[in-house]
Design a protein around this ligand. Structure first.
Ligand code: CA
Length: 220
């Protein structure tokens, strides 16, 4: 899971990120509203966590802008004001959840997991595709262990089956928005994954879509 976290309180953000990383949640963190809005328009976040009081643009303004532009990424609003008005405004503007500061990071993690669970596709913690089952808790594919990066790529492909996932989307999701990593990193990890798929004897393949990216497909 990769989240965008927009928070101007540096020490709070660092403490939260530390705990999120322990729970294998990748975080892109920015400290002001303008940078937050720019990144929030990107399609590769599973959840956006927005503080309300921010320099340059408020969390509510970011939320309104992205919803106007039809970005549907789930949003959790954070607010230091224990004011119900903020909560109502946030939910009115299209936030999916709201957490009052101070909060426990485990509470945030529980909300993140609730928002990214997809009941239609999954039974409990698994995402199924054809004869494959990806365990989102143990990070295994039909009981074969995946490394963190392999898992993050696989999760993206499983959440977008039979559609093209671009190399840039994978890079941004797995390595972060401001990455200096090259596209051939993606190629290397895709080749690891293909080996694992082969060992599973499945008819599911990761197809290369030339000049675009990859697609999880079932070969009859
Ligand atoms: Ca703030």
């Amino acid at each position: 899971m990769r989240i965008l976290y927009v928070e101007d309180e540096k020490y709070l953000a660092e403490a939260v990120i530390h705990v999120l990383k322990k729970h294998k949640i990748d975080v892109d963190w920015v400290e002001d509203g303008e940078s937050g809005l720019a990144l929030a328009m990107e399609p590769h976040y599973d959840v956006i966590v927005l503080d309300i009081m921010l320099p340059k643009l408020s969390g509510l303004e970011i939320l309104q802008s992205i919803r106007r532009r039809r970005v549907k990424t789930p949003v959790i609003m954070l607010s230091a004001l224990s004011d119900v008005d903020d909560k109502i405004k946030g939910l009115d503007c299209g936030a999916d959840d709201y957490l009052a500061k101070p909060f426990k990071t485990v509470e945030l993690i529980a909300r993140l997991k609730a928002l990214t669970r997809r009941p239609a596709l999954s039974d409990a913690n698994n995402i199924e595709y054809q004869d494959l089952s990806l365990d989102t808790n143990n990070h295994t594919l039909n009981n074969v262990e995946l490394t963190d990066k392999e898992y993050n790529i696989t999760e993206m492909l499983f959440k977008n089956p039979d559609s093209v996932v671009t190399k840039q989307q994978i890079l941004a999701h797995v390595w972060g928005a401001e990455t200096a990593f090259e596209e051939n990193y993606v190629e290397v990890y895709i080749s690891y994954l293909r080996k694992k798929l082969k060992s599973l004897n499945t008819k599911v393949e990761i197809k290369t879509i030339r000049n675009l990216g990859y697609k999880l497909t079932y070969v009859q």
